[in-house]
Design a protein around this ligand. Structure first.
Ligand SMILES: Cc1cc2nc3c(=O)[nH]c(=O)nc-3n(C[C@H](O)[C@H](O)[C@H](O)COP(=O)(O)OP(=O)(O)OC[C@H]3O[C@@H](n4cnc5c(N)ncnc54)[C@H](O)[C@@H]3O)c2cc1C
Length: 276
């Protein structure tokens, strides 16, 4: 789509070349969203392509993903075999369900766009990722995935802030098994609930990254396999979205169902979700 309001296009080779920031400026990553809608409020685009923030880096601390890493690169990447939870990152790409999008869109673009249906956000929450944020002016800072998004299409980013990388601790990647569950009201439709279940069979700990149904992606965790009552109680504390796709009560119910399905798929002790 032609963004008729855009008068300036900048392509800096590093962040230090960007000086000042105005309310009508936007970072341009893959452009799959920016060029998909009329953006009358946008007058200037700052293309991040030359920043070369595309790394997928494995280290003793864990995994680091550059913000402009193309989503599909995660599918092709060979993670250490003991990093069982890395499968959730691949699921985030597969569940996006669009070949065209995942070959052009970036991981950071998905998180910063902050759609309620983001497939990456609940994965990052379940894996306890930290986001490193750089600023055009000021010191970089770090924020947890669970605190990054505050509402649909709203994040803690201030004007001129840019997501630089996503860091996932090794502890979250090793030993945890994951399942990605997504529900929409029609095939390939917009998600009304997403639950990423992470289960550690050694400690019996369970973490849920919840998206799609709630005001903002959130973490629900248990030290032992939760009971159905425990799941229901945890969900009562959350704020659920309500729109033409589903009421808050419906989304809350479906979220609980997906949590139970996630556990049933992962735990030998709970092979049948109907036991709940
Ligand atoms: C028709 C359609 C349906 C979609 N449905 C889904 C869906 O169901 N689930 C889902 O998860 N996604 C969905 N998407 C979103 C898709 O995943 C996004 O288009 C994509 O992730 C955005 O990535 P991008 O790199 O193209 O970002 P861009 O389009 O370049 O940017 C998106 C926004 O994020 C900002 N931004 C990008 N990178 C950064 C950064 N590093 N720091 C700060 N701000 C940044 C930009 O300024 C812009 O505001 C859909 C998109 C389309 C077009």
């Amino acid at each position: 789509m032609d963004l008729y309001s855009v008068k300036t296009y900048l392509k800096p080779s590093s962040l230090t070349e960007v000086t000042g920031w105005s309310a009508d400026q936007r970072w341009l990553a893959g452009g799959t969203w920016l060029f998909n809608e009329v953006q009358p409020q946008v007058k200037s685009l700052v293309d991040m392509q030359q920043f070369d923030w595309t790394e997928i880096a494995v280290s003793a601390e864990g995994l680091s993903i550059g913000a402009t890493c193309i989503q599909n690169e995660l599918l092709a990447f060979s993670f250490p075999p003991e990093w069982t939870a890395a499968e959730a990152l691949k699921d985030a790409v597969r569940e996006l369900a669009s070949f065209k999008l995942s070959h052009a869109a970036t991981v950071g673009g998905n998180l910063c766009l902050a759609l309620s249906a983001s497939t990456f956000a609940p994965v990052m929450v379940a894996l306890k990722a930290q986001y490193e944020i750089w600023r055009v002016e000021g010191e970089p800072y770090s924020v947890s995935a669970a605190d990054f998004q505050t509402a649909p299409q709203k994040t803690v980013l201030q004007p001129g802030d840019v997501l630089r990388k996503i860091k996932i601790p090794r502890e979250s990647l090793e030993q945890w098994q994951t399942r990605f569950k997504r529900m929409a009201v029609c095939t390939a439709g917009y998600a009304i609930a997403i639950v990423v279940t992470a289960y550690n069979p050694h400690s019996q700990q369970v973490r849920f990254g919840i998206g799609g149904s709630v005001l903002a992606p959130c973490l629900v965790e248990f030290d032992v396999l939760p009971t159905p009552e425990g799941i229901a109680t945890a969900l009562q504390e959350k704020t659920f979205l309500s729109d033409e796709r589903g009421s808050a009560a419906y989304r809350q119910h479906i979220t609980g169902v997906l949590m139970k399905r996630g556990i049933a798929a992962l735990s030998a002790d709970v092979q049948d979700e109907r036991r709940y």
